[in-house]
Design a protein around this ligand. Structure first.
Ligand code: B12
Length: 300
């Protein structure tokens, strides 16, 4: 694991520049530092990652940042025939190579890719391919289950790279009742955190009642729900309509998305606080729209 705080020398070594350059950037405000009691500069890992992404600095020693797995994935990515990011991720997930999968997604983030693009692109594409495996490979089901666990680990790891500012608005979400899917609500939490929103993920199979209680207790200004498992359309409309109404009374917005979202198209016009989406970039767009619209979202 990475050290919580890095010295300028360590970050300089990680990105292959001189310590004096790094100190100059820190003193010029390009890298935010705190000071130890003795006056030495210190940099949080989240700040180091923000700087790497913004400056497009190549990470030559990811181990110093506690991200040694990046080197595993990058080494293979450099080899000929590695294919696209989605192909490479599919290979790691289907072969049960957890460290490489985690390293690959971390490397994409360090390279400046957004969390939403990582989730809507390589992650979703690789999981879709895994879902079709059982049709032509009798080991498909075990490979899919193992791959899902690895993907969950990788996404949880990406969450540790983000530091949400104190006092940021808070969102609560999960998968709708009876829905066993872990990844869709989890990627929602990741993407919200990358947008500077504190995310409380209640995970799969979250009853409306639990969602409402969490919204109230945590003072959330936004709720999100994923719907992946096929369910009866009238049940879905009732379930989401009920929670949208109860959230509206508390002046909380609701964003609903996922593979079954089309069942709710008629519901949207009935609830002003409800937005439907098909991707993580839709979720980002909603957060930015609400933020731009006024103070409500920043109330927390
Ligand atoms: C992993 C998996 C499982 C695992 C889940 C494990 C777990 N704990 O999570 C298990 C083994 C439990 C499972 C079970 C079943 N599964 Co399944 N499963 C999948 C698989 C391979 C991956 C799903 C996943 O995690 N995707 C990754 C996420 C990140 O992608 P995503 O869901 O598309 O989410 C994106 C968007 O939808 C959107 N989004 C998602 N949530 C939200 C929320 C908001 C607010 C917004 C804005 C956007 C948004 O953004 C995301 C990123 O782009 C899919 C394949 C596929 N094509 O998706 C099949 C799939 C969904 N399963 C399928 C089936 C048939 C089943 C079973 C019926 C199989 C069976 N015979 O038992 C059962 C049913 C379970 C149930 N109770 O309903 C079918 C569904 C077909 C359909 N629509 O009718 C699929 C499509 C596979 C296939 N090709 O046939 N499954």
């Amino acid at each position: 694991m990475a050290k919580a705080l890095l010295s300028p020398k360590e970050l300089a070594q990680a990105i292959g520049v001189s310590e004096s350059s790094l100190k100059r950037w820190a003193d010029g405000g390009r890298v935010r530092v705190s000071r130890t009691a003795g006056g030495h500069r210190r940099i949080t890992l989240a700040e180091a990652i923000r700087f790497v992404r913004e400056s497009r600095a190549p990470v030559v020693r990811p181990d110093i940042l506690g991200l040694a797995d990046v080197a595993l994935a990058v080494r293979e990515g450099d080899a000929a025939m590695a294919g696209s990011l989605a192909d490479q991720l599919y290979r790691y997930l289907s072969e049960g190579r957890a460290r490489e999968a985690r390293g690959l997604l971390t490397a994409a983030y360090l390279d400046g890719e957004s969390m939403a693009a990582i989730c809507d692109g390589p992650l979703r594409t690789a999981m879709t391919r895994l879902g079709d495996l059982f049709r032509h490979d009798e080991r498909g089901v075990f490979i899919e289950h193992r791959a899902t666990d690895i993907a969950i680990q990788a996404v949880q790891h990406l969450r540790t790279l983000i530091e949400v500012p104190a006092g940021a608005p808070l969102a609560v979400g999960g998968g709708i009742a009876n829905d066993p899917y872990v990844l869709p609500p989890l990627v929602g939490a990741l993407v919200l955190e990358a947008e500077g929103v504190q995310a409380v993920n209640l995970g799969p199979n979250t009853p409306n009642d639990a969602l409402l209680r969490a919204v109230e207790q945590q003072g959330a200004v936004l709720a999100w729900l994923s719907i992946t498992a096929p369910a009866g359309m009238s049940w879905l409309v009732d379930q989401v309509g009920q929670v949208a109404g109860l959230l509206a009374a508390r002046r909380v917005r609701l964003m609903v998305g996922g593979q079954q979202v089309d069942a709710l198209l008629d519901l949207q016009s009935r609830h002003a606080n409800l937005t439907l989406g098909r991707s993580m970039s839709d979720l980002v767009a909603e957060v930015r729209r609400v933020r731009a619209a006024g103070p409500g979202f920043e109330a927390n």
